[in-house]
Design a protein around this ligand. Structure first.
Ligand code: UDP
Length: 331
């Protein structure tokens, strides 16, 4: 980190899929960025290109522990804190559920306290999972959700709900200036090939010729947002002077079934991979689509990248990744 007095933006979870794109976009805006990450589900290679940048610092640490001295030493300079720290794919966040819950609750508390001490604006990345398996469609921010507090997704869903509750209390008590983004399914380059989520799984399976694994009958829906659109939404939300601490949905309202997604990826890759059907995971939401009216009106934001273009860029990236890993893509 340079020794001058320039304001610093802290990105917790900055080496993850979304976090690394955010760090890059913030550097392009001229910000000084400290990326804090435990590299549990993220990868140092995501920020390889940023290391060595004069305004970028990487700190390996876990937000559930006391924040490291390299970060607290900057308290006076930190003006913005983005909290993206948490495993986000169901197999990853369920692999160590206690750690997931602690990351959401204890990690958010540590970062909120840092924001309080530094007078920084704090942005929590929450999730569409706060709506659970929704009875209301599409989901607006005032819908309170249908979440199971005892199921295998609860460590993440309830963890994020608790994080929202805590962030809103800090805001109500005047302890921090808070923004809350509820992120819907996002995809793009730098997803982990073994992330376990549907877009990365299907693309990697299509490229390698492995069987495409559909869970359930494929009729469940999701709405997929390309990562650059999402990052633009996060930055607009952080910049906004008017939106306040009320949660804002960020996602692409272009809803489709999982079977539709298979069809598109098969068409795009020309794969001959077979499709195989597996049991639907417990508490898997049946439908999901964001109502983005609030983001449109308050932030002037809407996703711009069409699915075909986003999937095509993502396929190209995965093909390179798999080739480098000697996983023999067909393309
Ligand atoms: N899914 C699937 N095959 C896979 C991975 C996921 O059919 O290989 C389904 C999953 O059951 C869910 C949807 O795709 O209905 C989206 O799953 P993902 O894990 O990407 O995100 P979620 O929205 O469930 O957090």
């Amino acid at each position: 980190m340079d020794t001058n007095d320039a304001p610093v933006t802290l990105v917790a979870g900055g080496a993850g899929f979304i976090g690394s794109h955010l760090c890059q976009a913030l550097l392009e805006r001229g910000e000084h960025v400290v990326c804090l990450d435990n590299l549990q589900t993220s990868r140092a290679t995501n920020v390889d290109d940023l290391i060595g940048h004069p305004r970028f610092t990487f700190v390996k640490a876990d937000v559930i522990e006391k924040l490291p001295a390299t970060v607290t030493a900057l308290t006076r300079r930190i003006t913005r804190v983005y909290n993206l720290a948490c495993a986000a794919s169901p197999p990853h966040y369920q692999a160590d559920p206690e750690h997931t819950m602690l990351t959401c609750v204890v990690g958010t508390d540590h970062l909120l306290r840092l924001a309080e001490q530094s007078g920084a604006r704090f942005l929590l990345t929450s999730t569409s999972e706060v709506y659970g398996d929704p009875e209301v469609h599409p989901q607006r921010e005032d819908y309170r959700g249908a979440v199971s507090c005892t199921g295998p997704r609860a460590c993440y869903d309830e963890g994020k709900r608790a994080a929202e509750a805590m962030a809103l209390d800090f805001a109500r008590l005047g302890r921090a200036d808070v923004r809350v983004a509820r992120i819907f399914n996002t995809y793009g380059p730098r997803m982990h090939p073994d992330d376990g989520r549907v877009v990365s799984n299907f693309i990697c399976q299509a490229l390698t010729g492995d069987t495409i694994t559909v869970y359930g009958d494929g009729s469940q829906t999701r709405s997929f947002c390309y990562v650059s659109d999402l990052v633009d939404g996060l930055i607009r939300l952080m910049d906004s002077e008017t939106v306040g601490s009320e949660p804002v949905n960020l996602g692409n309202p272009n809803e489709m079934t999982v079977s539709d997604l298979v069809t598109r990826i098969v068409a795009l890759t020309g794969t001959t991979a077979q499709v195989d059907y597996h049991p639907l995971p417990v508490d898997d939401p049946r439908r999901r689509k964001p109502d983005i009216t609030r983001a449109q009106t308050m932030l002037g934001w809407a996703p711009l990248v069409p699915l075909e273009e986003g999937l095509s860029r993502t396929c190209t990236w995965f093909a390179q990744e798999l080739r480098q890993a000697d996983r023999m893509p067909l393309l």
